[in-house]
Design a protein around this ligand. Structure first.
Ligand code: BTN
Length: 256
């Protein structure tokens, strides 16, 4: 990763051949070392973690498994906004490198040709009024050529969509650079205001009917876009004036 052009994020990188999960490794390092900005990268994972306790599958030597350690001096309530920035950084980087339009599924799945190509899992350790550390785990399906049956209808890789191998080091370097640029601004202002438009412009949920599963309740709404806190704004199907925000919960877009 000599291509790294950042000053702070990813200045230090730890490489592994195989780990259980780069997020677990990163959390351990974060607890033990001065490691703000440190990047953990592995060739494979034996216990890759997805959101909501799901598994994240690994194809050794083909894909990207990376976790970024951050120790931002920001209000813990604002930490989830970092996930939005990470998704935007990956989305922009993929779009640039494969020269195709990428979309974001709120809050942080990257979609290429209607299938998921990347997921982000942010985990943090906070006290009431400060953050110990945030670990942003990013999994990108890069050069793998196929998927197990149960994933094939919803997951894809850059190779499957473009039939071209992508240099993983180049993609990692780009993600880190795009992220750093936004992160440094974000640390000062702690709002997503400057990034909202770009995020919402490629939001796959926007203007679509979405199914919201929130605290076990299920309902349909129309998605509008994120606000400056990264919450998804939705309006009722029959009452466009009735706008609300979704905080936790899962939003599913039909067909994706
Ligand atoms: C999702 O469910 O969409 C999130 C998937 C996140 C996977 C990445 S791979 C690198 C890092 N280490 C993990 O165990 N998970 C994340």
């Amino acid at each position: 990763l000599s291509r790294m052009q950042t000053n702070y994020i990813g200045k230090k990188v730890r490489f592994y051949d195989e780990v259980d999960s780069t997020n677990l490794v990163a959390k351990k390092i974060a607890e033990e070392e001065e490691s703000d900005g440190l990047l953990v990268v592995s060739e494979s994972q034996t216990k890759g973690k997805g959101r909501r306790g799901r598994e994240w599958s690994s194809d050794k030597g083909c894909d990207i498994f990376m976790s970024l350690i951050l120790k931002p001096k920001i209000n813990p309530m604002n930490a989830s906004m970092l996930t939005i920035l990470a998704a935007l950084a990956v989305s922009k980087s993929i779009a640039k490198i494969v020269e195709k339009d990428t979309y974001i599924k709120w809050p942080n799945d990257i979609i290429l040709n209607n299938k998921k190509v990347c997921g982000v899992l942010t985990e943090m350790s906070t006290e009431i009024d400060y953050i110990n550390h945030v670990v942003i785990g990013i999994g990108i399906n890069v050069n793998r050529t196929s998927f197990p049956n149960e994933l094939a209808s919803m997951a894809t890789s850059l190779y499957v969509e473009t039939e071209q191998k992508v240099q993983r080091a180049e993609l990692i370097a780009s993600v880190v650079k795009e992220f750093e640029e936004m992160y440094l601004v974000f640390l000062e202002i702690q709002t997503l205001q400057p990034f909202m438009k770009e995020y919402n412009d490629t939001l796959i949920n926007a203007k679509r009917q979405v199914k919201i599963i929130e605290y076990g309740k299920e309902y349909e709404a129309i998605a509008i876009g994120i606000n400056e806190k990264g919450e998804l704004m939705i309006h009722d199907i029959d009452h466009p004036d009735h706008v609300r925000t979704v905080l936790a919960g899962e939003v599913s877009v039909r067909g994706i």
